[in-house]
Design a protein around this ligand. Structure first.
Ligand SMILES: NC(=O)c1ccc[n+]([C@@H]2O[C@H](COP(=O)([O-])OP(=O)(O)OC[C@H]3O[C@@H](n4cnc5c(N)ncnc54)[C@H](OP(=O)(O)O)[C@@H]3O)[C@@H](O)[C@H]2O)c1
Length: 331
């Protein structure tokens, strides 16, 4: 096993924010049963907030960044994992309370380590990453609450972001008609290729301000929050589900109870980082089989090394992101 390895480490607190590549030993990483030779990670909105210090993501300092990782087991003190096993981990405290995936070696807790399901490569697993897991978890929770394709179209907001694009691809594979709301109509062709039957500009939305407006969609996956989410509550059909998974437009939610008590609309909370293990395994199984997105290669619009990480954070935070950025951790 190599002694020292490279990691993108984030410092903060009273000393102020600073982040960059450092050489670490395994002993410097958070404790865990499974040592992984990391192959890929990815860049999520949360990674950009943590890496730039623009959001309070880390709950202790310093920590290696990166909320996702996939690679091969190098050593394990837990008998559930053997050397050479392909594994992944998303969320579960990575880059929040423990060292994350932006490193050549990662030490994971066995309870958070998921065997790579057959049907996915390590690379595909990280093109999905937390974004794909969140999209899959949204659909799982909607279907657990009786959403079905027969009810009508599902609208996806923040459509050109990681969660948005993967939601469109996954919903389409699962047999839903999908409509997309985006601030970047220049990507209409790509969103259509993913499966969107309608692409709507978020700048041209006029839903009205009554507690209930014309019921337009059978459900929604919302990555934007704030006025977008408030608007969605007013236009979802009876007994439809809204999966609330993001706040790209802000954290507020000003609405009334009318959609809930008159139309039976459900607002489902999506918290990917802390998803219980049985549900986590179920989502990955679906993502590797009948929900596997058909356009993963196209959705991966950028591939960077550890050294190139800082250059992608600002673009993402300014809402200029398009698709998923993969992080290559070896070579
Ligand atoms: N709940 C969870 O467990 C979980 C997991 C992953 C991500 N998230 C959250 O989900 C959101 C999306 O994550 P992501 O990784 O997909 O991020 P991303 O790749 O940066 O995508 C965000 C997208 O939101 C839209 N957007 C950006 N700024 C906006 C604004 N001011 N108003 C309205 N729309 C805006 C843009 O899409 P368009 O230009 O196409 O509209 C942008 O591409 C983030 O808030 C993230 O924190 C939550």
């Amino acid at each position: 096993m190599a002694e020292a390895f490279r990691a993108f480490r984030i410092h903060g607190g009273d000393a102020g924010h600073r982040a960059g590549i450092e050489r670490l030993d395994l002993d410097q990483l958070s404790p865990g049963e499974v040592v992984v030779c990391a192959a890929y990670s990815s860049v999520n909105y949360k990674d950009a907030l943590a890496g730039t210090g623009k959001g309070k993501i880390l709950r202790r300092f310093p920590l290696v960044g990166g909320i996702d990782v996939a690679g091969h087991v190098e050593a394990s003190t837990d008998p559930a994992f053997r050397e050479g096993d392909a594994v992944l981990c998303t969320g579960c405290g990575l880059s929040e309370t423990r060292d994350g995936g932006y490193a050549e070696r990662v030490r994971l807790e066995a309870r958070s380590t998921i065997p790579l399901p057959s049907g996915l490569t390590l690379r595909e697993a990280m093109i999905l990453g937390t974004a794909g897991f969140t999209a899959g978890l949204s659909l799982l929770r909607m279907e657990q609450n009786d959403q079905s394709p027969e009810m009508g179209p599902i609208v996806v907001t923040g459509a050109t972001g990681g969660v948005g694009m993967l939601s469109i691809d996954i919903l389409t594979r699962a047999g839903y008609e999908v409509h997309a709301i985006t601030g970047k109509l220049q990507h209409l062709d790509f969103l259509t290729l993913l499966g969107a039957k309608q692409v709507i500009s978020r700048h041209g939305l006029h839903w009205g301000q009554r507690p209930l407006e014309k019921a337009t969609w059978a459900g929604a996956i919302d990555t934007v929050g704030d006025e977008m989410l408030a608007g969605l509550t007013r236009v979802i059909q009876p007994y439809g589900n809204i999966a609330s998974c993001g706040l790209a437009g802000g954290p507020a939610l000003a609405t009334t109870v009318m959609p809930f008590i008159i139309r039976g609309v459900s607002l489902l909370g999506i918290a990917s980082a802390g998803t219980p293990r049985p549900q986590r395994e179920r989502v990955w199984e679906r993502l590797a089989s009948d929900w596997k997105p058909a356009h993963l290669d196209g959705i991966c619009t950028n591939e960077v090394t550890l050294d190139e990480l800082p250059s992608v954070f600002d673009t993402l935070l300014q809402g200029g992101g398009f698709g998923r950025t993969l992080v290559r951790l070896q070579g």
